[in-house]
Design a protein around this ligand. Structure first.
Ligand SMILES: O=C(CO)COP(=O)(O)O
Length: 253
């Protein structure tokens, strides 16, 4: 954790959830109330649920976000969704550059930077994801890859208010594997230094989340690492008990 930065516990539901899942969301948002003040809570459901999800958490200290957005505001882009549309549905954040988008849809750092700008244009906080693959880690390239991704995916206009960075080692996503606390510390310190060099003072309070197989059982250890300012949670964000277990660890730090 970074002193004075309130941690963000963000859930990414990926391609999971139908309207029947909204009761689980309600339980999460209501349960999160006990941690409000010590942690911020966010769920990014599939776009089909955004509008009802925003209505479900209305009046609770809890946010809703999108999982991706198109770089443009509108146009002939069948199947795509703009940041403005997400905002119109009640989203406050949007994830951009998730490794599954980079892999499944061939998104480059340049595309991700454009999407981050689109998020800001619509008044959303951009959660910009980066992370090395297993091959890159085994080749000792992790820090170099992270530098390249930060420099290509994070526009100069990024501030601690409009941007959250999420470090998600690709090999840790959905595998049950996590880096050691020392490895997480090294990556996050490197990211903070890179951001400081790029953005100056603004970088000090920018949240850097860790993502990849975060669960209630490992959350306390991961969230205690210096420069880890919250978590981006996949599988464990689908169940209120798991998500709230992670929130508890964040609030008790
Ligand atoms: O990709 C992730 C969140 O964006 C992490 O997913 P898991 O928590 O399921 O490993």
């Amino acid at each position: 954790m970074t002193p004075d930065i309130r941690p963000l516990i963000a859930g990414n539901w990926k391609m999971h959830g139908t309207r029947s899942s909204l009761s689980e969301l309600k339980a999460m948002a209501e349960g999160f109330a006990q941690y409000a003040g010590n942690a911020d809570g966010l769920i990014c459901p599939p776009a089909t649920l955004l509008h009802e999800a925003a209505a479900t958490v209305r009046g609770l200290a809890f946010s809703i976000g999108g999982q991706d957005c198109h770089a443009e505001e509108k146009g002939a882009h069948t199947g795509d969704i703009s940041a403005e549309m997400l905002a119109d549905c009640g989203a406050a954040h949007v994830i951009v550059g998730h490794s599954e988008r980079r892999t499944d849809h061939g998104e480059s750092d340049e595309t991700v930077a454009k999407k981050a700008r689109a998020a800001w244009r619509a008044g959303l906080v951009a959660i910009i994801c980066i992370g090395e693959t297993r091959d890159q880690r085994e080749a000792g390239e992790t820090l170099r890859v992270l530098s390249r991704q930060i420099s290509g995916s994070v526009p100069d206009e990024a501030t601690a208010h409009n941007t959250v960075i999420a470090y998600e080692p690709v090999w840790a996503i959905g595998t049950g594997l996590t880096p050691t606390a020392d490895d997480v510390a090294e990556a996050h310190a490197h990211l903070r230094a890179e951001l400081r060099q790029r953005l100056g003072e603004k970088a000090e309070r920018m949240r850097i989340l860790y993502g990849g197989s975060v669960k209630p059982s490992n959350a306390a250890e991961l969230l205690a690492v210096p420069n880890v300012d919250g978590a981006l949670v996949g599988g464990a964000s689908l169940k209120a008990d798991d998500f709230l277990g992670i929130a508890r660890a964040a609030a008790q730090r």
